[in-house]
Design a binder for this molecule. Structure first.
Ligand code: PRT
Length: 105
């Protein structure tokens, strides 16, 4: 896993014990799942708007916000980026069209 993902995950775990008034991440945990999900929805929409504008700097900025809030969700659910990376590795080389054709649900 990339170094920044590991460092960020360490902080996201630490924030579970931290003061919600002193930390943005701790405040998200304190507000709960629905607030985290709302942020992901907002950041996904902002990423779409950035992509439609064609501004590459803005696409990077909004995608970073989206990835960050997705990492907060994973941490809140006691999952890690590694769990997602492993799933991507499992899928590697498997055609998306073949995978879809073999789905049971
Ligand atoms: N990478 C990030 C990061 N990316 C985005 N954000 C915050 O995510 C929020 C994004 O919200 P919006 O863009 O919607 O802006 P907004 O309208 O001000 O947000 P809201 O008021 O609607 O929540 C902003 O408050 C950003 O500062 C982040 N906050 C924290 N981190 C990392 O998390 C670590 C821990 O942060 P704290 O818990 O705040 O110490 C930091 O050291 C960083 O490494």
């Amino acid at each position: 896993m990339s170094n920044i993902l590991k460092r960020l995950e360490t902080i996201l775990q630490q924030r579970k014990q931290d003061d919600p008034t002193a930390s943005y991440v701790a405040s998200l945990y304190d507000k709960g799942l629905d607030t985290i999900l709302k942020k992901i929805g907002e950041e996904a929409t902002e990423t779409v708007i950035a992509a439609k504008s064609g501004d590459k700097t803005q696409i990077i900025y909004e995608t970073a916000d989206l990835w960050f809030h997705s990492l907060v969700l994973l941490a809140q659910q006691d999952l890690s980026a590694d769990d997602v990376l492993k799933e991507l590795e499992r899928r590697f080389g498997l055609s998306g069209l073949d995978e879809k054709a073999n789905r049971t649900k």
